[in-house]
Design a protein around this ligand. Structure first.
Ligand SMILES: Cc1cc2nc3c(=O)[nH]c(=O)nc-3n(C[C@H](O)[C@H](O)[C@H](O)COP(=O)(O)OP(=O)(O)OC[C@H]3O[C@@H](n4cnc5c(N)ncnc54)[C@H](O)[C@@H]3O)c2cc1C
Length: 320
């Protein structure tokens, strides 16, 4: 049975138990969110002991080399001594603005207090002063003066509740990351691109589209944004203006429920995409948002001929 040494205490893991589950079972307030090795919120650093190779999914090579790992997917074979991540993996930032993009989506601005390098479309983890950690995709471009996040208000949501009602302006948070491979890679400039997002899945796509346009992408770029109802579509005017300014960019808002809105397609987004884009051989795709829809869309894109290696996605897994 493995023993975890953490914060000066010893905790026995049960057979097959992850380090995170063992710590939480013993009342340790360890930061966490998805508990499936995706969001990176729970990252820790090993000081002694051997990590199983499966405990470092998606981490940067420099972090792996320093012993960072994800305790939610770490079931060790022997004893480990682990600690919280340090300032080498986190950057302090302040909340500088919070405004509403729609009735249930906030635009949150963050000003970093140390360099934080990222690619438009990647995601980061925000850690509040109380240790609450949640991942959000970055909607801004790397050289913009603040980081922009689009945060959906979740009923009884702890992070979105704090951001909307808890006077967060000026508060310091820690940023961890960036993570994810959902970003624009220059090259193959003539390749057609399809970007599909639901809800706040628009956030990374908003950054990727603008990065591709300013990089001089010459192929067609199709952006499809889906919401349950017309009120859930946000940044419509900005996206329509962008499409008017760049003829190679098309913008299609889609709603599941609601008839009669001019310029808005009604239907389920995966069916709309499958019908409108039936031949995608040689295209590049980006899919973000609700995990079930991301899964379904990736399949549809692949069946329409898009190679799996050219499909980039981020599923917004909820906290466990
Ligand atoms: C890689 C990644 C990127 C992400 N990017 C974004 C982003 O750009 N914008 C964004 O708004 N969110 C994003 N998320 C989701 C985000 O991290 C949080 O999970 C979400 O905002 C809820 O946090 P909360 O603290 O407000 O609610 P919580 O306190 O975590 O949730 C309250 C309750 O609601 C449930 N719940 C949470 N989310 C949902 C949901 N979507 N549908 C139904 N029930 C839910 C929880 O399980 C819990 O029971 C991303 C997640 C991942 C893994």
């Amino acid at each position: 049975m493995a023993t975890i040494h953490h914060g000066g205490q010893k905790y026995e893991l049960q057979p097959g138990e992850s380090v995170l589950d063992g710590l939480l079972r013993n009342g340790v307030a360890a930061a966490h969110a998805c508990k499936s090795g995706s969001c990176g919120s729970c990252m820790m650093r090993v000081l002694e002991g051997e990590l199983p190779s499966s405990s470092q999914p998606g981490l940067k090579d420099s972090w792996k080399a320093q012993g960072y790992f994800l305790p939610c997917v770490c079931v060790p074979n022997g004893d480990l001594t682990a600690c919280e991540v340090g300032s080498d993996a986190r950057v302090p930032a302040r909340v500088t603005s919070v405004d509403y993009l729609s009735a249930d989506v906030l635009r949150v601005g963050l000003r970093c207090e140390a360099p934080f390098e990222f690619q438009a479309g990647q995601y980061l983890t925000v850690i509040s002063q109380k240790g609450l950690a949640r991942s959000y995709s970055i909607a801004s471009l790397p050289d913009e003066s603040s980081i922009e996040l689009h945060v959906r208000l979740i009923p009884n949501g702890r992070m979105s509740g704090w951001l909307s009602k808890g006077s967060p302006l000026g508060a310091q948070v820690q940023l961890q990351g960036p993570s994810g491979e959902c970003f624009y890679v220059p090259g193959r400039s003539e390749q057609a691109m399809l970007l599909v997002g639901t809800g706040t899945g628009l956030a990374p796509l908003y950054g990727i589209v603008r990065e591709a346009l300013r990089s001089g992408h010459s192929g067609d770029i199709h952006l499809v944004h889906g919401a349950l109802r017309p009120a859930g579509l946000y940044l419509r005017a900005e996206l329509a203006a962008l499409a008017a300014a760049y003829p190679k960019l098309s913008y299609t808002p889609v709603v599941l429920n609601g008839e009669g809105e001019s310029g808005v397609v009604t239907g389920s987004i995966d069916a709309v995409v499958a019908e409108k884009f039936s031949s995608l051989a040689g295209w590049r795709g980006f899919v973000c948002g609700d995990p079930g829809i991301v899964r379904s869309l990736k399949k549809k894109l692949f069946l329409a001929g898009m190679p799996m290696r050219d499909i980039y996605s981020d599923a917004f897994l909820p906290s466990a």
